[in-house]
Design a protein around this ligand. Structure first.
Ligand code: BEZ
Ligand code: FE2
Length: 405
């Protein structure tokens, strides 16, 4: 058992001063250092002057397999990007093997990310994920719109799902991602949702990322028409947006959602669906800005995530938070910073069904101790904003109570 005594602690929506936290693999007690010492006389004590303790960050939507990308892909327009992904994916994915993924996972942990929702297209990152102390939900991706490919793709998906289930543990959950409404046949979606419902595992999907997707699903026209003609010798959309949304009987984590209609927003609200917001990826692939004000006014919860290096230049949530802070420029920065920190802790914990994301008794001890140098805070409520602006050094990282950095 350890006791950390820091100058500041982020608990819920508040910065507390001179509070200590006692934890094993779970958080055992929160209080004054002297009281915790009495309660746990044999505990190892870490006392740090100008530091802040907070819950570890959770990146709910990330594609590790594309980590080798730097300058290979086309940016600016979603369908142009997708064309370049299809052209380069074999080369890109096969050039980032286990060691390369391990390096990425290490740097994620060092940047304060203690849990991820890893979208896995091929299962090539399983070995690295298995070894890493990071907490993970592995979203095995189901893709395939063409009827003649459906059986083979289903079998391939099932074998990845089972392979990743073999290392299920308190740190690892094998789960399901449905690629998108334009790329997955409704029969596959129905079969996948049967498994997800029976196993009670979280489900992730991409939805309404581009104007092209909106047009294609609504009218079978636009940039996707040419794309489907090129790769699948002409076809019609396999789902409408409405049918796609009707296929989900449990809350789903939908990534992007830049082009939702009002009726879709109502469905999100009524079904407790949530959103993964990836601002840098959206910027690079030509998507409009997500309307978080609308989501907030309807009580639809959203996280900030990075997506993969196929559409980002960094997997650090601090970089992504900073982008979000500047992007949503109508938000008052001090208050918005609290909401942003929640969007990478408490909210994604709920979406991924994790017991971390919050400093609270009984929660898993995924924690960060951040070195605030000799910076001085007269008004403590500015601390979240400065955490996002200044990228302070993460001095210690704990996952399940283990010190991993
Ligand atoms: C498909 O497999 O049908 C597909 C894959 C990527 C984009 C669109 C469709
Ligand atoms: Fe994605």
């Amino acid at each position: 058992l350890k006791i950390i005594s820091s100058r500041y602690t982020l608990i819920g929506n508040k910065i507390e001063e001179n509070i200590a936290v006692a934890f094993s693999n779970k958080i055992e007690a929160i209080g004054k250092l002297e009281d915790l010492k009495d309660q746990f006389p044999t505990a190892e004590i870490v006392e740090r002057e100008n530091t802040l303790l907070m819950a570890g960050l959770i990146n709910a939507h990330i594609h590790l397999e594309f980590s080798k990308n730097s300058t290979e892909l086309n940016y600016g327009n979603f369908v142009n990007w997708l064309n370049s992904v299809i052209e380069k994916r074999t080369e890109l994915v096969s050039s980032c093997e286990t060691e390369c993924i391990e390096t990425v996972l290490d740097s994620l942990i060092k940047s304060g990310t203690t849990a991820i929702g890893a979208i896995s297209s091929y299962g090539f990152e399983f070995e690295a994920l298995k070894k890493s102390p990071i907490r993970k939900v592995i979203f095995n991706e189901l893709i395939g719109s063409q009827p003649h490919q459906v059986d083979a793709l289903w079998q391939n998906f099932l074998s990845r799902l089972e392979e990743s289930s073999e290392f299920n543990s308190d740190r690892s959950t094998s789960s399901i991602a449905i690629h998108s409404p334009y790329s997955v046949h409704p029969i596959l979606i129905r079969k996948a949702m049967e498994i997800a419902t029976k196993r009670d595992i979280p489900v992730s999907t991409h939805f309404m990322e581009s104007q092209a997707e909106r047009e294609w699903l609504d009218s079978g026209k636009g940039d996707f028409k040419e794309f489907f003609e090129k790769f699948f010798n002409g076809s019609k959309p396999v789902n409408s947006a409405e049918n796609f949304l009707n296929g989900f009987s449990k809350p789903i984590a939908f990534t992007h959602c830049n082009y939702l209609s009002d009726s879709e927003l109502q469905i999100f609200k009524e079904s407790n669906h949530t959103v993964s917001h990836c601002p840098r990826s959206n910027r690079l692939l030509g998507s409009r800005k997500l309307d978080i004000n609308k989501l907030d006014s309807l009580g639809i919860e959203w996280n900030i995530s990075t997506d993969g290096l196929s559409s980002n230049s960094s997997l650090s949530l601090w970089d992504e938070l900073q982008t979000a802070l500047y992007l949503h420029s109508d938000r008052e920065p001090k208050e918005f910073a609290f909401q942003l920190l929640k969007s990478v802790t408490e909210i994604p914990a709920k979406q991924l069904n994790l017991n971390s994301g919050k400093i609270d008794i009984g929660r898993d001890s995924d924690l960060l101790l951040i070195d605030l140098k000799d910076d001085n805070f007269e008004d403590l409520s500015y601390i979240p904003l400065h955490l996002i602006l200044r990228q302070y050094r993460i001095e210690k990282v704990f996952i399940g109570g283990d010190e991993v950095v």
